[in-house]
Ligand binder design. Structure first.
Ligand code: NAD
Length: 470
């Protein structure tokens, strides 16, 4: 694979949209630049007694709003350029979905498959301690979350480390999101990015104009979908689409690809991978060694949800999908993007499409700051109010509702229902803002440029409102 300058690629998308806004060059440069990067090396004792020096980063791309927010990635391939690019995407993403954060990203250069759990815990706690001591973490400063190679377990260690150092801060739990529910997390965070992608695709599939242009029928039902990545993002979007009636015709993880034109059950494949360590031997489909085979599968919708730079100049023209829904960050290079535009493929860009995680992280942070779970105050009040209303309707109409009908109407609020409805509302309204930008800004004719346009506008306005730029 040719070497990719990821931050420069994000800059190219930025510049494409910046051509359609009307701000002074200095202000645009401020929006585009990465504000601060902390790079550090630290020693970790391995189980065999040896010491390994580990390299790590935290990039804070934009301080136009505080705290800054972004995931932590554990990968042996990560470098500073990638961390800066991912931090920049976070700034634009938060602006697009109207979440009040600047963008950040963190990374540790380790291969988690080569480390025991206790070693990963030592790495995580040391990484968190470094960030805390340099003021690169805190509920009002910089709030990390999970990304590739990390999850609720790592976030719990980070929260615990923060509380050990700054336990007297009343909002200490808001120092990180994506925590387990029992440690200040929020219902629905684990599947949030996949669920957000599902809401986006479902909404896009109702768009008769966009579907007709791609020769597709409306609705998700029966759509043939290929997914690359079976992790936190890929699994959930695949499973939710499957449950909604779509046919998952290909799924890849790092060990290979399974294809089956009759459809694959994502939960069965995930169980198989958990039990055997890979996709090989999965019954009911053809197994290919290459994880890239999913990208070229015969399908209507392709969801790259693994790592960056998967769709490039050398393979983009072999993609058969008419819609590319970017679950991963940076899966499409600008060269591949141009090929898709020319071929009329609808690309729903990462900078918007995978924002579900940060949206629900925002809800988690609000929950941590308010020290109360969503739905607790109003649950019984709402239930009684609904029942009173039904009582009045029954006596006014002389009818009696069955307990089943009553149960369907009086549904007690749970944290999960509140979270999912907030996520759905945010994803769908942002889609319509992006579509509106595409329709109204002369010369903008793709969703990525429209999304970047919206982001630049919002970040630049925040600087103007702060009086930084007249
Ligand atoms: P994860 O670690 O949970 O899962 C990654 C999956 O990708 C695994 O199934 C792995 O086997 C597969 N994979 C890795 N390298 C691959 C390759 N070369 N080819 C095919 N498959 C490969 O990670 P995740 O959290 O699901 O993140 C996936 C992508 O989504 C990343 O780009 C991440 O930045 C992005 N993202 C994640 C979140 C989140 O909330 N987790 C939010 C926004 C964006």
């Amino acid at each position: 694979m040719p070497e990719r300058r990821f931050f420069a690629d994000v800059g190219r998308y930025f510049d494409r949209a910046a051509a359609f806004v009307n701000y002074p060059p200095g202000l645009l440069a401020q929006v585009r630049h990465c504000n601060s990067i902390y790079r550090f090396d630290f020693p970790v004792r391995r189980r065999d007694g040896n010491i390994e020096v580990v390299r790590a980063w935290r990039a804070e791309h934009s301080h136009h709003k505080l705290p800054v927010k972004g995931g932590i990635r554990y990968s042996p391939l990560v470098d500073e350029d990638e961390v800066m690019a991912l931090a920049a995407l976070m700034t634009y993403k938060c602006a697009i979905v109207d979440v009040p954060y600047g963008g950040a990203k963190g990374a540790v250069c380790i291969d988690t498959r080569q480390h025991a759990e206790e070693e990963i815990e030592r790495v995580t706690r040391r990484y968190a301690y470094e960030l805390i001591s340099k003021n690169f973490m805190g509920p009002a400063v910089d709030v990390p979350a999970p990304d590739l190679g990390t999850g609720a377990r790592e976030m719990a260690w980070i929260a615990d480390t923060y509380q050990a150092v700054r336990g007297d801060q009343i909002d200490a739990l808001g120092c990180v999101t994506g925590k387990p529910l029992s440690q200040g997390g929020i219902a629905g965070r684990g599947e949030a990015t996949g669920r957000g992608l599902f809401y986006v695709l479902r909404e896009v599939c109702t768009d008769t104009e966009e579907m007709a242009r791609r020769g597709l029928s409306t609705g998700l039902d029966g759509k043939r979908i290929a997914v690359q990545g079976l992790g936190k993002v890929g699994y959930w979007v695949a499973q939710l689409c499957y449950e909604a009636g779509a046919r998952i015709v290909a799924i890849a993880d790092i060990s290979g690809t399974v294809t089956d034109p009759r459809g694959i059950a994502p939960d069965a494949l995930r169980e198989h991978v958990a039990a055997t360590g890979g996709v090989a031997g999965f019954p009911g489909g053809a197994v290919h060694d290459s994880p890239a085979a999913a990208l070229e599968a015969d399908c209507d919708v392709l969801i790259p949800a693994a790592v960056e730079s998967q769709l490039r100049a050398d393979n983009a023209s072999r993609v058969q999908a008419r819609i590319v829904l970017e679950g991963a960050n940076g899966p499409t290079t600008p060269e591949a993007d141009a090929i898709f535009q020319a071929a009329g493929v609808l690309v729903i860009p990462d900078v918007y499409a995978n924002a579900g995680g940060v949206i629900v992280s925002y809800f988690e942070w609000l929950k941590n700051l308010s020290h109360v779970r969503f739905g607790r105050l109003e649950r019984r009040y709402q239930e009684r109010a609904d029942n009173r209303l039904l009582d009045v309707i029954e006596s006014a109409t002389g009818t009696t509702l069955s307990s089943d009908d009553r149960g369907r109407i009086v549904t007690p609020i749970s944290e999960l229902t509140v979270v999912n409805s907030g996520l759905e509302e945010t994803m769908i309204s942002a889609y319509h803002r992006i579509r509106e930008t595409m329709r109204t800004v002369n010369g903008v004719d793709d969703l990525r440029t429209a999304a970047f346009h919206l982001a630049i506008d919002r970040v630049a306005e925040a600087y103007v409102q702060r009086g930084v730029f007249p």
